[in-house]
Design a protein around this ligand. Structure first.
Ligand SMILES: Cc1ncc(COP(=O)(O)O)c(C=O)c1O
Length: 273
């Protein structure tokens, strides 16, 4: 983040007070910058002391459309006044259009909406395992998924169990089995890790959380060819890299790759839901 006025430390009187109060009453699973935002529009945020910031983080992609996009706010307000929630026990009047539009954007037949990115990843894991048992014929209970070092796919217990980041993982075991880690960007390592129980490969086309890490040119395309050849599903976690973040609809598009599963989040909620 950068600032046009004052300092970026967020230590002005109101910021400091509100920051310390929030820190005193939140469990410390995160280390936020000491910036206390009160208002935002487009790419700009203003803190409680009037300092303006250019928001280059964009909510880790949740705000790819900017803060308070007027068109999105208008339809969100209209919807809130009309209908807030139905549960999946009923179908609401926007559901068919939403599923068709998202499916068409991805070039896929089916979509399954979740509430968070981590749930979307969990769902992709379930889909790959179920496919492994019911279609590929993997022995029950033996399905294995290949993941990458340096990954970040969320913070549920299953997901942190296949992270190599001590901050995400330490103290939360025991963890679910069924994951094999290989170095990110190493196609030969993926190939060597595949066996008859491998049902899928779950990776980010660009890693986001541990620094912006790009795989070597050709890796993503090679992974697509390898997984297709080996009868293994390819799940692209595009939660942070996708939906316009890298200049294409999906980061996979840079290598003209269509994975078997897109895992989406962040910008899909337009910074509102
Ligand atoms: C690549 C990636 N996958 C999954 C997630 C988890 O998404 P959520 O925080 O919505 O659970 C994140 C969150 O930053 C992410 O960057």
């Amino acid at each position: 983040m950068t600032t046009t006025a004052g300092t970026a430390t967020g230590t002005a009187p109101r910021s400091a007070e509100l920051f310390q109060r929030a820190e005193a009453r939140t469990a410390h699973n995160y280390k936020p910058l000491p910036v206390v935002v009160e208002h935002a529009e487009g790419a700009w945020m203003t803190d409680v002391d009037g300092t303006r910031y250019l928001d280059l983080l964009a909510g880790y992609s949740a705000l790819n459309f900017g803060h308070g996009h007027p068109g999105l706010l208008r339809v969100a307000h209209e919807q809130l006044d009309k209908l807030t929630l139905t549960s999946r026990a009923f179908v609401h009047d926007r559901f068919a259009d939403f599923c068709a539009a998202l499916g068409d954007l991805c070039g896929k037949e089916l979509v399954l909406p979740m509430n968070t990115g981590a749930e979307a990843v969990e769902t992709a894991i379930k889909v790959m395992r179920k496919w492994g048992y019911e279609v590929k014929g993997v022995t029950p209970g033996q399905a294995n998924i290949i993941v990458a070092s340096g990954n970040f796919h969320g913070r549920t217990t299953t997901i942190v169990g296949f992270s190599d980041d001590p901050d995400a993982r330490d103290g939360f075991g025991p963890f679910a089995p069924g994951f094999t880690m290989v170095p990110y960007g190493d196609l030969a390592a993926v190939e060597a890790a595949i066996d008859e129980n491998t049902v899928g490969v779950l990776m980010e086309p660009i890693q986001g959380e541990g620094g912006v890490v790009l795989p070597p040119d050709g890796f993503w395309k090679g992974l697509r060819e390898l997984t297709a050849r080996e009868n293994v599903l390819m799940a692209a976690d595009e939660i942070q890299a996708g939906l316009g973040r890298t200049g294409r609809t999906f980061a996979s598009d840079h290598e003209e790759v269509v994975p078997d599963l897109y895992v989406l989040g962040k910008a899909l909620g337009a910074g509102i839901v």
